[in-house]
Design a protein around this ligand. Structure first.
Ligand code: ADP
Length: 491
């Protein structure tokens, strides 16, 4: 039988038993942070639990390294990123295994995540060479000429969540380094191992000491230390709206730049003229990805009443085929949830919907009780109404809610009736409707007849309380660059 789990790693040294602070690996310390496999409850690794002191040390090293890193020609920085990309590509299987072990998603999903994260590194290695300013010659007052320079913002603190342990790191660290910034990264305490392996590969690629520190443990203490530090000029955060608001408020004291990618509550509009098979596959693929634990997962499925029953039947059929289990096992298509709290929230949402009159068409309960993991059945609710918890709040679990609608206007009103605005989807075969709906959805990303909306080439970011700024694309690099106007007096 093929080796599974940690035994399957080809390069065992990618499992780092410590955090990287100011170019040094720290493995010892009185307080410990066990990293646990959510599919089994087994401890994968025991890290030191670091806090504010280590964060300050990391910031000092990042500040010390930043000017020299920024002064290197863009081509040289790009060369380091490209080597990082190559080394991480060669280690892709190991990195996917680490992501599956600490986050729970099936290996095939982890491989797709690694591929998308690698694409971010590659893109920003290329894009970092194309940072150019502007010349304002005839437009400014004479006798003057003007130049707009783009310069790195400086030291960046990045804070990432557990649901994409690889690609959340690369989409923040790669553009920062490409722009000439240095980074203090705090990955989620639940999933630090993939980030630490990426840090090891970055060092092997030639990244100078201090340019990237990766530490975790006391999230609040680390957060407070980077917020208070004048030398940190930007916070880039992906996670809950609650913590995002706190970081935004905390950044005000030293007026740091903030980029926030927060919660979502993605609607899918399935119109009567949609290809129902395509829509059903798209919805199921999106709603149950990573056990429903992504901020762009289809959460509220708004279906025209004339096709609702046929659509629901097909969705239930597809969901019934999902194979729940340990993500490292062949054939498993849905893994555990990350924590017991996640399972409890899914349970709460199902109970509330049921009490309000919704029907549990499939699933609805905890699963695999003997596994030691946090499993919840893939669930479809029909007859969901806007007053139910699962409509207002992102379930962030494997629960797909079907809500009937009767007109395009009503569907748009329901879709936009949320404080969130990250991703929305619509299925229709009518081009004019597709365009109309895309324009009216108050969301940062809209997928029309398409659930796969993430690309390193395209901007990713939310409207309303889903966030500030974008990641990826040419716009994503700008988030790490300050603009400076240089006015030349020629008189
Ligand atoms: P989730 O509920 O998805 O885990 P969180 O917002 O709690 O989302 O976590 C996202 C990231 O924010 C994680 O790395 C977590 O450790 C970090 N985090 C949580 N609380 C704080 C805090 N007070 N300061 C800084 N980072 C925090």
């Amino acid at each position: 039988m093929a080796a599974r789990g940690l035994a399957a790693l080809r390069d065992a040294s990618l499992l780092r038993p410590g955090c990287l602070v100011a170019g040094r690996w720290i493995e010892t310390g009185p307080a410990r942070l066990p990293v646990v496999n959510p599919a089994s409850g087994q401890v994968l690794c025991d890290l030191p639990r670091l806090g504010a002191d280590a964060a300050r040390e990391a910031v000092a090293a990042a500040a010390g390294a930043q000017k020299a890193w920024a002064a290197r020609p863009a081509k040289e920085r790009a060369g380091v990123l490209r080597r990082w990309y190559t080394l991480a590509s060669e280690a892709a299987d190991d990195l996917a295994m680490l992501a599956t072990l600490e986050c729970g998603k099936p290996l095939a999903e982890a491989r797709a995540e690694v591929a998308s994260g690698l694409a971010s590194i590659e893109w920003f290695a290329e894009e970092g060479r194309r940072v150019t300013g502007d010349v304002l010659a005839p437009a400014v007052r004479r006798p003057q000429a003007g130049l707009v320079l783009k310069q790195p913002v400086g030291v960046v603190a990045s804070i990432t969540p557990w649901n994409f342990p690889f690609s959340m790191v690369t989409r923040k660290v790669a553009p920062a380094l490409a722009a000439g910034c240095t980074v203090v990264l705090k990955p989620s305490e639940e999933t630090p191992l993939t980030a630490l392996a990426l840090a090891e590969l970055a060092l092997r690629a030639g990244l100078p000491d201090g340019a990237l520190s990766v530490l975790c443990g006391d999230a609040e203490g680390i957060g407070a230390a980077v917020l208070a530090d004048e030398r940190v000029r930007k916070i880039s955060f992906t996670g809950s709206t609650r913590v995002g608001k706190m970081l935004m408020a905390g950044a005000a004291d030293t007026v740091k730049r903030v980029s926030l990618e927060l919660g979502g509550n993605a609607p899918v509009l399935v119109f009567e003229d949609a290809d129902l098979e395509q829509a059903a596959r798209g919805v199921v693929g999106s709603a149950f990805r990573n056990s429903g634990q992504t901020c762009i997962c289809a959460n509220r499925i708004l279906v025209h009443e004339s096709v609702h029953d046929a659509f629901a039947a097909r969705v239930v059929e597809l969901v019934s085929k999902i194979h729940l289990g340990d993500g490292t096992e062949a054939g498993v298509t849905q893994g555990p949830m990350i924590t017991a709290a996640g399972v409890e929230k899914a349970e709460r949402h199902v109970a509330d919907a049921r009490a309000g009159g919704a029907t549990v068409a499939v699933g609805g309960a905890r699963a695999l009780p003997d596994s030691g993991g946090h499993f919840f059945e893939p669930t479809v609710l029909t007859g969901v109404t806007p007053d139910m918890m699962c409509f207002w709040e992102e379930t962030f679990g494997p629960v797909c809610n079907l809500v009937p609608f009767s007109s395009e206007t009503q569907a748009l009103d329901l879709a936009n009736a949320t404080e969130y605005g990250l991703a929305a989807y619509a299925y229709t075969s009518n081009l004019a409707r597709a365009w109309r709906v895309a324009e009216k959805l108050e969301y940062g990303i809209v997928g029309i007849n398409e659930p796969g909306i993430t690309s390193e080439v395209a901007p990713f970011g939310g409207w309303k309380q889903s966030g500030l700024g974008v990641e990826h694309s040419k716009y994503g690099l700008d988030e790490y660059l300050e603009k400076k106007y240089v006015c030349l007096g020629l008189g």
